[in-house]
Design a protein. Sequence first.
Length: 397
Amino acid sequence: MANILAPLDVVSMPNVSRFPGIINEDFEGNEGDFYFVDHLEELESEVVGTGNKKRFDYLLKTFQSYKIKGDYGKALRERNISQMAGIFNEIIKLDLERMVDLADVGEIMMNNASSWYGETQEWIGDETNLDKTYSGSPFVKVMPVRTQVVQNEDLTLKILAMDADVPTLKYRELGGSDWTSIPTTNVGRSVYSATIPAQLKDFEYYLESGNVVFPVTATSSSPIYQTVIVTTPETDPKRYSISTFANNGSISPDGGYFDENSNVTLTATPDPEYEFVNWTGDINGTSNPLIFKIDGDKTITANFRDRVITQVEDESNQISVYPNPSDIGTFTVSLQNLEGAVELRVTDMNGIVVFQRKALTQHANQVQLPLNGLTKGTYVLTVITKEKVIYEKIVSK
């Protein structure tokens, strides 16, 4: 087949149509222009396999129709009324036999509307008309063929049965053993309809009308039926709103809408001379940034306070930090005369907490601050007791 069709890559195809479905009466070809059609006809007997035969038949009839359209263009140009109807009937027969989708149907309709009724009958009149009885090979086809539905969706088939008995539809779960039969309903000349109820799993079907079936492989030695995949309907995720509030600082992002169960990160940044304290509202905490999974609408406030860095002059309550500055980023905090639970918090100059630890002074008067993993620079150590808050500036070199 490749050897037959290869020359068409370098030689222009005969221009038998001015537009799909409109035959060109100016075509002045000859029999030699369609040599490949004769060679394809000779090859037909060598094709094996039901599916292969069907595919080859589509190709062959497409080119046979193409060739005969050239004959019709010549008869049209010569106003050969005695030949025109017979040639056109053969074109329609071939196009009906080969059609597999709605594009083919559209071409047939265009041929009828434009090439015959539009350009021919206007000067021929009603004395010569097309056959109204189909004379081609019997067939059953579905137009269009759908290969996918969503769950809870019925599949309605539009069926064309030409010169065939009333077709019967059979379907089953894909790979199942028992078929369910559905009668078809006639909705027009040679046109039928049947509906497969919504299925939860993939399924397959075929149509039979006497010795004619769709798909043609349904009765082959290794049957292949029309497969339909059932998909889960796509639904847009729920979206929730986040509203944020901040005085003496900002929050990024400052709110918006987010998909359900998505991770949201809010970062609080204090204004100069302020430091971050905590989050309140629908989510409470002191971590900054704040990371959470959204499961509903949220209103969140970032709280800030004045940053005051002082050394406490009262020696009985004074803390000492050494070494400070530290060349290795590790500090020791001496808690002198502080009682009870103590919280130590280290923040950068933007007020973001970079280290946090709690201690009981009766168990440890000295606490290590391992800050060697942080960027070198100035930080604020906050020591929080039940009675007071003490600040100390520390420097990592």
